[in-house]
Design a protein around this ligand. Structure first.
Ligand SMILES: [Zn+2]
Length: 641
């Protein structure tokens, strides 16, 4: 897999300690203390997995067939917050290394938390890796702030620099999870120590559209503006990049990690790999984390990369087997900025090699006519289970399919035990909507009680004149356009979950701002004082995700939409503060107006007193006490009135 794609039909590889000293006929002439006969087999460079999150082996199969945000924010991140520790990543890394060695991988690019423990477990397993310490703008399992993560990345790089197997690096997770300062600081850190920088770029159209909206440009020029390319960048994905961006990646000598399975599985799309190669970008192949793949099998990944380029481009000549295999070896090493060490069998490079048995049923016969036939054989017919021996840095990691540095039985057992803990955590969370909400919620407020009444009024005039009267003091007023999405669940005791999007309107009815909130309401009212009801709101949280996110995360049984124009007053009447809402329903279309009066309450006694005052107010606003509606707007929307 050298630049000339030299094939030695007969020949040897001579190794002294950790280094390849001769290849081909030249190596035949070497006298060796130990000779290994590989006749009938292929000796080739160890495969390079250019992008993964290796400890996520422990989260494999935890949540699948979900959209990226629901998968990440709804499942991966809550579980990671709860479980990820140095022990967790050590176990996950060993498990991942065992799997990768078995499938012929000798070198990988990682990005995760507690990267020092990952580096240690990798070095103990004898594998080579670019280990990149994640930096994010929010707290992570290993840092309470981004300053903390940055300090951790610096310590890690200082400690591991110069290690024979590990190349340390910073990993600003992605432009949308970092700030411009984080991107700049990481680039400076990488440049200071002359180590690569590992990141995710342009994975989804959503990311690119947001970048265009927020920064007025797509992802690559934006990170370039933040100085990211002052470092030697390894960018995972680059699914949605245009020609200009591809040229920029080339000009800045950034490597790209193509992750075909992950991109397909998460519906991110298909990266323009053939175009990137055509324009000279170094593209490697990665499995991405085993929670989004769900394995670390590079043989599958190389084959898929080759097939995908042909299928998506409608061109069977696109990405031939030889080029695909180069991406998984020399070119991948170059994308990781480690090609001086690995990726080909050439004198001077480290002895990272694998022996593949081609004498298997699915791989016979073989033809000699076309010298490139061997690449097609490896890419289209061989399987990871055909790898019999693996050497990294001159040390055998697997001989005759037996792992020499890891105990796979013990690792599998420990992984199963760990999975039971995660299962318990998630099933505990899934018992109620409230617990699921807590798992993804930010700041929260629980258990607020309020007394309220809602009545239909034929005209708004009496209400407006009452609000202008001397009896009522208006403390403040506001005007909203409100979109409410109500969700109900199979189990009616879970109550209603409401996703509210408020648009603030000014005097002229123009939108001046917006906010979103989630409220989980108990299904039944707590008490009735005549027409006035005591309600309990169980939970209130700012909604940081879209309605679509919550819909997919909570999987409600039914959904109803209420849209209304709301004028809101905070008033004082007889020394008590109340909120008065004058609503006009847009969806469901309803004639007339509704008046709603409500107040927070703290005790049954307080609620009873306020109920009396609310009844008086109701009369002032011209509502007939018999015209109150006991159910909320959602019941109107659900047609249960
Ligand atoms: Zn990734």
């Amino acid at each position: 897999m050298d630049e000339q794609f030299t094939i030695h039909r007969r020949g040897s590889v001579a190794i002294t300690r950790d280094t390849i000293v001769a290849v081909g006929a030249e190596a035949d002439a070497c006298t060796a203390t130990e000779t290994i006969d590989c006749r009938g087999r292929v000796v080739m460079p160890g495969l390079v997995n250019a992008h993964t999150h290796v400890p996520m082996t422990l989260l494999r199969g935890l949540a699948d067939d979900l959209r990226l945000d629901v998968w990440l924010m709804g499942y991966m991140m809550p579980v990671e917050r709860e479980f990820v520790s140095p022990d967790f990543v050590t176990l996950g890394t060993k498990l991942g290394c065992a799997e990768m060695i078995r499938s012929g991988v000798t070198c990988f690019a990682d990005m995760y938390y507690f990267e020092d423990s990952i580096a240690q477990a990798t070095a103990d397993a004898g594998m080579r890796a670019l280990c990149a310490q994640t930096v994010l703008r929010f707290p992570t399992p290993d840092a309470t702030s981004y300053e903390d993560s940055l300090a951790r990345a610096r310590d890690f790089i200082e400690q591991w620099r110069g290690h024979p197997l590990i190349v340390p690096a910073p990993a600003p997770h992605a432009p949308y999870t970092c700030t411009p300062e984080i991107l700049r600081a990481c680039a400076e850190l990488a440049a200071e120590f002359d180590v690569p920088l590992h990141t995710h770029l342009a994975e989804t159209t959503f990311e690119v559209e947001n970048s265009r909206r927020e920064h007025g440009m797509p992802v690559v020029p934006w990170v370039k503006k933040q100085g990211l390319f002052d470092a030697k960048v390894l960018a995972a994905h680059c699914v949605h990049v245009d020609d200009g961006e591809i040229r920029a990646l080339k000009n800045f000598n950034a490597g790209v990690a193509h992750n075909p399975t992950s991109n397909l599985k998460l519906g991110a799309g298909i990266a323009p790999v053939a175009r990137m190669l055509e324009l000279g970008v170094d593209v490697g192949i990665g499995t991405d984390g085993p929670a989004s793949n769900n394995d670390l099998d590079m043989f599958e990944e190389v084959r898929l990369a080759a097939l995908l380029a042909k299928g998506s481009g409608g061109d069977p000549t696109a990405l031939p087997a030889r080029d695909a295999l180069a991406m998984a070896t020399r070119r991948g090493a170059r994308a990781m900025h480690l090609d001086h060490l690995t990726g080909s069998l050439e004198p001077g490079k480290r002895a990272d090699l694998i022996v593949v048995d081609l004498d298997r049923l699915h791989n016979v016969p073989a033809f000699d006519r076309d010298p490139n036939g061997i690449y097609a054989q490896i890419v289209y017919a061989s399987k990871s289970t055909d790898v019999v021996d693996v050497m990294c840095n001159g040390r055998w990691l697997m001989r005759d399919r037996a792992l020499l540095t890891l105990d796979e039985r013990a690792l599998s057992e420990a992984a199963r035990t760990q999975a039971r803990r995660v299962d318990l955590f998630l099933t505990g969370r899934e018992v109620s909507v409230l617990q699921k909400l807590v798992a993804v919620g930010g700041a929260v407020e629980q258990e607020s009680f309020e007394v309220q009444v809602k009545a239909r009024i034929p005209s708004e005039a009496p209400a407006l004149s009452a609000l202008g009267s001397r009896q009522i003091t208006v403390v403040r007023s506001s005007h909203y356009h409100q979109f409410d999405t109500y969700w109900s669940f199979e189990d009616p005791d879970q109550g209603w979950l409401r996703f509210r999007e408020d648009e603030f309107l000014d005097k002229d009815g123009d939108v001046t701002g917006a906010r979103s909130r989630l409220t989980l309401t108990g299904r039944t009212r707590e008490e009735e004082f005549g027409a006035v009801l005591l309600f309990r709101s169980r939970y209130l949280a700012p909604a940081t995700q879209s309605a679509r996110f919550y819909r997919e995360y909570f999987r409600p049984a039914a959904e109803h939409v209420v849209e209304k124009d709301r004028r809101r007053w905070l008033v004082a009447y007889r020394g008590v503060e109340f909120y008065v809402h004058l609503d006009r329903l847009i969806t469901p279309t309803t004639d007339g107006w509704f008046i709603e009066i409500k107040s927070r309450t703290w005790s049954r006694r307080d609620a009873e007193d306020k109920a009396v005052v609310i009844s008086e107010l109701l009369a002032l606003f011209g509502a007939n006490p018999d015209d109150t509606i006991s159910d909320g707007y959602v019941q109107l929307a659900a047609g249960k009135r």
